[in-house]
Design a protein around this ligand. Structure first.
Ligand SMILES: Cc1cc2nc3c(=O)[nH]c(=O)nc-3n(C[C@H](O)[C@H](O)[C@H](O)COP(=O)(O)OP(=O)(O)OC[C@H]3O[C@@H](n4cnc5c(N)ncnc54)[C@H](O)[C@@H]3O)c2cc1C
Length: 256
């Protein structure tokens, strides 16, 4: 996910992602739609220091969890799917859900219950109320049962699956003029923002008469590219061609 865009020339930008990739580019085209999907954080006070060391909202590599004591929280498809996938790898696995009804597919719930029946995993009703540990490493979770009583689950990792929410994310902090805090204001000649060299196309932009359609996004992309070309190749002539008649374009598309 792109986190920052810094202007370092005229036009030249340094673009950085949340995983540390850096790009230096003459033109940036923001096509961020309504933003990006971000995991919903469970309401556990003091969870932040554990995030990405002991608390994970997504799983990139199963092997990270081999031999670990895992606490998975949630009752949807993600919670159940990861319970089934991680059960054979984990040293110990507990699935925690606040009620006995699940949103997940009934087949996954049956498979999970079968593992509980075989004594391979634990299923517990309740909610995590606090975490204890040191230096970002969890030692245990304090779980509150529905009757208000509490108990502890010793664990190395907490995997909460509470669904995703659509968030605009960092787009609003890149310095372009915004409309209502959620849309990048652009001109309709080139779909350029208030910062020359940064364009915005698709659902993320705003101009009088804007329609949120893929159709509009294509039109905006075509006009944007005309102006972006001149930033990238100053002084070079742009040859306008149709895909129906240009063999060069057809070759590029692999249809010639
Ligand atoms: C139910 C429904 C039906 C529709 N039907 C039609 C139709 O029939 N015809 C039509 O023309 N249009 C239709 N639309 C509209 C169309 O879907 C949108 O106009 C189109 O998807 C917008 O495309 P986009 O690329 O601008 O945004 P998106 O498709 O939302 O893509 C934005 C992408 O940017 C990513 N992103 C966001 N922030 C960052 C960041 N900081 N760094 C990196 N990546 C980021 C997001 O993760 C996402 O992948 C429909 C829309 C809906 C909701």
């Amino acid at each position: 996910m792109v986190e920052t865009i810094e202007k370092i020339g005229d036009p030249l930008f340094r673009v950085k992602t949340d995983r540390g990739k850096v790009f230096e580019v003459k033109v940036v085209v923001v096509a961020a739609g309504g933003g990006s999907f971000q995991p919903k954080r469970p309401p556990i006070p003091g969870i932040e220091p554990y995030e990405n060391t002991s608390v994970f909202y997504s799983i990139r590599q199963l092997e990270t969890f081999r031999g670990k004591r895992l606490l998975i929280v949630g009752g949807g498809d993600s919670a159940l799917d990861w319970t089934l996938n991680l059960a054979p790898l984990a040293k110990h696995l507990t699935l925690l859900h606040r009620r006995s009804e699940f949103r997940a597919a009934p087949d996954s719930v049956n498979k999970m219950m079968a593992l509980v029946g075989e004594g391979k995993i634990d299923f517990v009703l309740g909610q995590v109320s606090a975490l204890q540990g040191e230096g970002g490493r969890i030692a245990k979770a304090i779980v509150k049962r529905n009757d208000g009583s509490t108990f502890e689950i010793a664990c190395d990792a907490l995997l909460p699956f509470f669904g995703l929410t659509m968030k605009l994310g960092p787009v609003a902090s890149w310095g372009m003029e915004m409309k209502g805090g959620e849309y990048i204001v652009v001109d309709t000649a080139a779909f350029e923002s208030s910062i020359p060299g940064i364009f915005a196309i698709g659902d993320i932009n705003w101009y009088p008469g804007k329609l949120k359609l893929i159709l509009s996004g294509f039109h905006e992309g075509a006009l944007m590219a005309q102006k972006a070309y001149h930033y990238v190749y100053p002084g070079k002539r742009l040859v306008f061609q149709y895909t129906t008649s240009s063999t060069r374009l057809q070759k590029k598309l692999g249809v010639a």
